[in-house]
Design a protein around this ligand. Sequence first.
Ligand SMILES: C[S@@+](CC[C@H](N)C(=O)[O-])C[C@H]1O[C@@H](n2cnc3c(N)ncnc32)[C@H](O)[C@@H]1O
Length: 273
Amino acid sequence: MQIQQALSAACSALGLERLDAQLLLLHSLGRPQHDRAWLLAHDSDALDAEAEMRYIQLTRRRAAGTPLAYLTGQREFYGLALQVDARVLDPRPDTETLVDWALEHLTPQGSVVDLGTGSGAIALALQGQRPQAQVTAVDASPEALAVAQANAQRLGLAVTFRLGNWLAGLQGPFDLIVSNPPYIAEDDPHLEQLGHEPRLALTSGADGLDAIRVIVAQAPPCLNRGGWLLLEHGWDQAAAVHALLSQAGFTQVQSRQDLAGIERCSGGQWPSR
Ligand SMILES: C[S@@+](CC[C@H](N)C(=O)[O-])C[C@H]1O[C@@H](n2cnc3c(N)ncnc32)[C@H](O)[C@@H]1O
């Protein structure tokens, strides 16, 4: 089969996006993901039998809902090439909004903890942008921490990793606490489409807010005066998160919009005195 035919078949017969089909074909051929121009230049080349078999298997798994990043093993986040697999959430581009906001508050030598680090995406992006900062990353999943630690090592970023339950047992105080915690309600019908990702990374109680309640309650003694707590949350949770932050004594409670213009992150400042 020719390259051009293989791509067309994946799109028409399996309903794949053309970009996904191209990236899976590059992966099957052992070529880098940025090499899409190579596919165009070689569209009449024939695939060898092994590459064709690999491609067929990968495109079937993609059509069945496996995240593209799990199939290629790679995800770019904030300019970093992360390795990801089914042990961690596939980092979403919208989470870069949280990183942008965190960087507004993280001074060059400041301290920050990333709660529920997963692949390490947020912590590694912050450490990459603030090489002198003290960056700690926590997760309750040893499997996720193994992925994050391997990413840190490969990227040469000196994040400190801790296995733990949110802020429990952490020394602090930190200048900044950031988290993209699980925030989907246990009975949310959309969970069906996310079945390939770890449940611990997705759901948090009947209304999806259990983890955020715990983090907001634990945060004040772990923050320096004037420090910030910044949280990613669901598309319809901004008002509830504002209420939790205000009730806990945070000031300047506000939100940031994601790439689609939805209030996706909320946070507040622990009062200076
Ligand atoms: C939505 S994922 C976020 C992963 C990563 N920060 C990102 O943005 O791609 C939530 C993470 O929280 C972790 N987690 C769940 N419960 C936890 C707990 N009690 N303490 C610490 N981490 C927890 C999960 O293992 C998962 O890695």
